[in-house]
Design a protein around this ligand. Structure first.
Ligand code: SAH
Length: 398
């Protein structure tokens, strides 16, 4: 691919250049005074202030509220080498993690200087998402580069996500390079092994973002009775078992994923672990466990995203408070709560307030032992706070 010359200029309205000067990578429609030239959707454009000073270079989408996503704050040539270097730079920063796992996020979108692109490695396979028009139109090139740089056995696309609509794109998924991934691809995470279905698993197959937090659970699980709520395929519970838990009860509303949790116990040599599997709505099932006077030493609460946008934050906070009340009531004195929110729109402090008010409601004293975040291979660009979404707390409850 020859270097793409900018085919247009996007002029920022006077007084609206602040975010770009602070290296934030998004240009909203409302910040634009004028578009010069006739850039096609996905084309490279230069962004300038009203005096004509260069602010950044990125790709354009007239059909998105985010009109430009910045690729460089310099007049960098956007050619094949540019994309290759960004991919390599991102992958290199994960190399150290490969000592402990063979499933990592190689590219985390804006925070890796590749807005709209998610690339996850699962063993020999790659699963990726193209979330924006600018990435969609360069997919062929990017897949060729990934094939050459990472030598995967196969590449599978998981762009079956609703956010593509905001870019004027339909959801899509399908196999696009090399071998088709097996329906049960085995990956390794610390001492644990898991099966991943790249074609139909959640996200791109697995919740890689919780890796570090699952390992923390393993550290505290020795001799404990553990409740793994919103367990998906049992990630937390399996690590608890490997860490020496005496029992694990999994709660998950998808019976299929619960069956995988059971398979994962066998896969990890934990068939003798005292394990229970409850398929159902966590809110109801936790109430039922309370009525049955069940108690645990550790409760993990890893719910799906409760707030998809700013308007849903208030309801989400009520949901977080409720589920935390239900979880806390099931804990013995001195027990541990591992509680999470993956709603980007709910800040850490708001989430903490919801958890605190749950503790007040159940009149239990509690203390934060650790603040928890998304794993290191899901970095947050320093000038892109939107990249932070997963937060949690390890709390001891008396
Ligand atoms: N802890 C998991 C990831 C959890 S993702 C891991 O480490 O891999 C959230 C899970 O909650 C999903 O598997 C989803 O199917 C399940 N879920 C969503 N709503 C639920 C509900 N009301 N009750 C129980 N499970 C629910």
């Amino acid at each position: 691919m020859a270097a793409e010359k900018p085919t247009g200029e996007v002029i920022i309205a006077r007084g609206r250049e602040g975010p770009l000067r602070r290296l934030h990578p998004w240009v909203y429609a409302g910040a634009i005074a004028e578009v010069r030239g006739t850039p096609e959707p996905g084309a490279i454009v230069d962004v300038k202030d009203h005096r004509g000073n260069f602010l950044g270079r990125g790709y354009y989408n007239p059909n998105s509220q985010i009109r430009v996503r910045i690729l460089s704050y310099f007049a960098t040539k956007i050619d094949e080498d540019f994309w290759a270097e960004r991919l390599v730079r991102a992958a290199r920063s994960r190399e150290r993690l490969l000592a402990g796992t063979d499933a990592v996020r190689l590219v985390n979108s804006e925070s890796d200087g590749l807005p709209g692109l998610i690339v996850d490695r699962y063993g020999d396979f790659i699963s990726f998402q193209a979330l924006t028009y600018g990435i969609e139109v360069r997919k062929k090139l990017l897949v060729e580069l990934m094939a050459g740089l990472f030598s995967p056995a196969g590449i599978y696309e998981r762009s079956d996500v609703g956010v593509r609509n905001l870019e004027g794109l339909e959801p899509f998924k399908g196999y696009i390079y090399g071998k088709e991934p097996p329906p049960k691809l085995e990956i390794r995470e610390g001492r644990a092994k898991f099966y991943v279905d790249i074609r139909s698993g959640h996200k791109t197959g697995f919740y890689l973002d919780q890796r570090e937090n699952r390992l923390i659970l393993a550290e505290i699980a020795e001799g404990k009775e553990v409740l793994d709520v919103f367990s998906y395929t049992g990630g937390f519970g399996v690590h608890a078992g490997l860490g020496g838990a005496v029992s694990v009860l999994f709660v998950e509303d998808s019976a299929k994923h619960l069956r995988w949790a059971r398979d994962h116990l066998f896969l990890n040599g934990l068939s003798d672990l005292r394990a229970g599997f409850v398929a159902g709505n966590a809110f109801q099932e936790l109430r039922r466990l309370y009525r049955e006077r069940r108690q645990f030493d550790i409760v993990v609460l890893d719910p799906p995203k409760f707030a998809r946008n700013a308007a849903e934050v208030e309801d989400a906070l009520r949901g977080y408070k409720d589920i935390n009340i239900l979880g806390m009531r099931l804990l013995r004195r001195g027990g541990y709560l591992l509680t999470f929110s993956c709603s980007g729109h709910v800040s850490e402090e708001l989430f903490l307030r919801a958890v605190m008010s749950a503790a007040v409601d159940v009149r239990r004293e509690a203390k934060i032992l650790r603040r928890l975040y998304q794993a290191e291979d899901h970095p947050v660009g320093l000038t892109f706070p939107e990249g932070a979404y997963l937060k949690g707390f390890l709390i001891q409850i008396f």
